[in-house]
Design a protein around this ligand. Sequence first.
Ligand SMILES: *[C@@H]1O[C@H](CO)[C@@H](O)[C@H](O)[C@H]1NC(C)=O
Length: 136
Amino acid sequence: MRRRLHAWQVLLWWHHFFLLWITIDGQARYTIPEELKQGSVVGNISKDLGLVVSELYQRKLRITSEAGKQYFTVDLAKGELVVSERIDREGLCGPKSPCLLPLEVVIENPLQLHRVDIEIQDINDNSPEFPTKKRY
Ligand SMILES: *[C@@H]1O[C@H](CO)[C@@H](O)[C@H](O)[C@H]1NC(C)=O
């Protein structure tokens, strides 16, 4: 079957290319356990990306996620990345390991994009294994 390129696909490509091209002024990576409570601090994103906390609000810092859902927010007063929704590792990655959630941090004036990868650890990884069959 012949595949046709639709205008929106071209746009999407262009968008991705453009993002890649101007991207990566800074990068950070955090590892968090899954099912962190809402409001948990992931890290000081301002420090790790080399941003000035007092500018975050003016520069309209925002986070976009390829996952669609907004699991994180940034506390603009403190420069901290905060969990805004409980993350279900299974739902996000299934059995895939490591489970990476890529985020883009966008700030304006001048426009900068930062990439932040969140690795979500399976909290069951370290727990003891239980035998599947019970013995009596
Ligand atoms: C985060 O880092 C920035 C820059 O180093 C610092 O000014 C700010 O106080 C830090 N925030 C917290 C909550 O520690």
